[in-house]
Design a protein around this ligand. Sequence first.
Ligand code: ZN
Ligand code: ZN
Length: 260
Amino acid sequence: MLVDSHCHLDFPQLADRIEQIIGLMRANDVGCALCIGVTLERLARVLQLADTWPMLLATVGVHPEETGVREATVDDLVRLAAHPRVVAIGETGLDYYWHKDAPEWQRERFRTHIRAARVTGKPLVIHTREAAADTLRLMAEEGAGEVGGIMHCFTESWPIAQAALDLGFHISLSGIVTFKNALTVREVALRVPLDRLLVETDSPYLAPVPYRGKTNQPAYVRHVAEDVARLRGLSYQQVADATTANFFNLFPEAHTKVAQ
Ligand SMILES: [Zn+2]
Ligand SMILES: [Zn+2]
């Protein structure tokens, strides 16, 4: 089976056709998908998905791009992460692409999430865009390596990947790896140790070839895994087995929570 390590099934592009999405996951041997929380306001919907469907798990966090939403305290995150379907804290991180002034509140929000992860012992799901140096600095300062986690939808260079790997993190590749002009990501896809690699869709965004430009969904993670296999000269099954094992090693509690 295959795991989609990052998706947004509560988003309006996908929320009204969940049964169809689950059906296509089953048909493509995608046995699990991690549904990512982006605000506290929307969290109930994410948790409801994970409560309803045994193949879905959830995370709790406030995304670095989100403004005008409730700010989470460490206590909030710890309390909400006690929900039985929640296996990670995030998504969190830094995004200076959408916030070019690199605001201090983003770094404070990120620190809060790392602290909550350390209290709960749950791994982090980290988003970083045009903010790699600060992201790594805060991860180191706050001791994120103690819990580890996922650098999701990784698009940074190999040296940044190496630094995250050194902190004990996994690298998750999205459909971007299937874009022939994504040379940086394809280099990372070749070099990340197979036992630290994950695959994701980040659906509804970033649909892989041959669905590029369309609405993405977890079943399409298969195309990400197939492309990584081609790049590395491995079989699809080898990549599926490795990335699935990595997911359940990173989230040991997921084993008993996902009906397979
Ligand atoms: Zn993200
Ligand atoms: Zn996301």
